[in-house]
Design a protein around this ligand. Sequence first.
Ligand SMILES: [Mg+2]
Length: 176
Amino acid sequence: MFELFRPTFQADSLDNIQIEMLKKDGIRGLIIDLDNTMTPWNDVEVGPQVAAWFERIKQAGIKACVVSNNKKKQRVALVADRLGIPFVFRASKPRRRAFRAGMNILGTGRGDTAVIGDQLFTDILGGNRLGLYTVLVIPMSPREFVGTRFMRRMEKLLIWLMKHLASPKPDSPKAH
Ligand SMILES: [Mg+2]
């Protein structure tokens, strides 16, 4: 059960994700969360480092699509349009439908699509349910949708459980 909440890897922020590594792993399309992954919650400004990262992605031949649970179409569109990338809003992650819609837009499949987001219960769980490559990033700002704050407490509990209850992988060194 814990496997569904385990990202392929974690990064400090979106612009810290090594593009070379994504390429090496055969990734051609990215499904990227908006709030607290690309911009602080409910903000429309994309920082210069994030914008530069999107430019590098494009140069590397990797496509990106914003997939957001945010219900405000105008705001999601504003950020996506500035970066010149498509978007899906009102996505209802972790439901699988929105991830499939994202892959359709990108023209990619299960083997070459990565999901990037800041929440275990929406981004990582949803991506893992479809067997996709998943990257967890640290949320950009502590400001969040009120429903998310509850989920953060659940995330903390889950991370604790994973650490203390999950059996170690066979090849990992035993704890003394
Ligand atoms: Mg988010």
